[in-house]
Design a protein around this ligand. Structure first.
Ligand code: GDP
Ligand code: CA
Length: 328
């Protein structure tokens, strides 16, 4: 059983943690793991250079969450974290003005940056960092090339996505997202094979615009998803007309997609109609989206999809995988 997940940060990481719990139960390897092989293709469009270090927010959220080191309430960053370096830099009137870099997290960025600057590609750097955290999945950056999501705001400013998201809390409406470096970029090693060779591909409840949308925009990825023999199942990141955490509605608004489970499904589209999905899991709160989507040919079910803890998330993963058996 080979499962490939296209993931952003918190939503994708939490889903994958539940998926792994399910697989360890259903397909145990006898040593506490699973015989299933899970590959996670991570969005790197949120990556940025900040005061000399390369920060990869979604890769790190995946690594810490699956490696058991994440700050659980926050959803990202390390638990038992401190800010001594940040605070001391501030005493010089320097440092990270709006982006929080904890001391332990900073070690990850420094290690990554050292390897990158010595010529190691991001995919190999990620594999090296993952040796320590043992995430239980093969963690692949969508590309080894620097592809960064920038935001053009309605007042005409251009800024890095993280500046818009973290500093401005997505409060200035976005006119469009631009993936700087996308043209000429290629999918990272293993990414297209992970799609072509999968038994199931899952699009977890990640941001459809700046997480999954960015992965799909890497040349070759959308085509590989459209061409794979594997069924492609998605889980709605929108519950009852709102993103569960974060401000994904501000991203959807910028591309004229309503913040609604059915609208996100139609945005992704059915593979039979030129889109990227075969099936879609919505929350029970959006059960009224099921009938109209079924009338359009979708394989769709409603289930509880709040990832409150690992067992609840494993149950969501089970419901998503069960959709495969319902495909025509
Ligand atoms: P980010 O990179 O940290 O923003 O994380 P992702 O892109 O992977 O996921 C963000 C999305 O996850 C948001 O749009 C949320 O709506 C969605 N999300 C977060 N928690 C949950 C949850 O418990 N259930 C569902 N269905 N979606 C969630
Ligand atoms: Ca992200």
């Amino acid at each position: 059983m080979r499962i490939t997940v296209l993931s952003g940060g918190v939503g994708g990481a939490r889903f994958t943690r539940g998926l792994l719990a399910l697989l360890r139960e259903r397909l145990p390897d006898g040593a506490g793991g699973t015989t299933a092989q899970v590959t996670v293709v991570a969005n790197t469009g949120d990556d940025l250079w900040l005061h000399g270090v390369r920060v990869c927010p979604d890769l790190d959220t995946l690594m810490y969450t699956l490696g058991g080191a994440v700050h659980e309430q926050q959803g990202w960053g390390r638990r038992d974290e401190s800010r001594r370096v940040s605070d001391d830099l501030a005493a010089y009137g320097l440092g990270w003005e709006w982006f929080t870099l904890g001391d332990l997290d900073l070690a990850t960025h420094l290690a990554r940056t050292e390897l990158l600057l010595s010529g190691v590609p991001l995919s190999a750097v990620t594999a090296r960092l993952a040796e320590r955290w043992q995430p239980g999945v093969t963690l692949l950056p969508m590309s080894d090339d620097e592809v960064e999501t920038h935001v053009e705001t309605v007042d005409g400013r251009m800024m890095h996505f993280e500046e818009w998201w973290v500093l401005h809390r997505a409060g200035v409406p976005a006119r469009r997202f631009v993936q700087v470096g996308l043209d000429g970029s290629t999918a990272g090693p293993g990414v297209l094979d992970a799609l072509a060779g999968a038994d199931v591909v899952v699009v977890p409840p990640s941001n459809p615009v700046v997480s999954v949308g960015t992965i799909l925009a890497v040349p070759g990825v959308r085509d590989a998803l459209r061409a794979t023999a594997a069924p492609v199942v998605g889980v709605s990141p929108v519950i009852g007309g709102a993103p569960v955490r974060g401000m994904a509605d501000a991203c959807l608004a910028a591309i004229d997609v309503a913040t609604a489970a059915h609208a996100v499904a139609r945005h992704y589209g059915r593979r039979a109609d030129g889109g990227v999905l075969d099936a879609w899991l919505v929350d029970d709160a959006d059960a009224d989206a099921v009938a109209p989507l079924r009338a359009e040919g979708w394989t769709v079910e409603a289930a509880p999809t709040l990832m409150t803890d690992v067992p609840a998330t494993a149950a969501i993963a089970a419901r998503a995988l069960a959709l495969v058996d319902r495909l025509p």
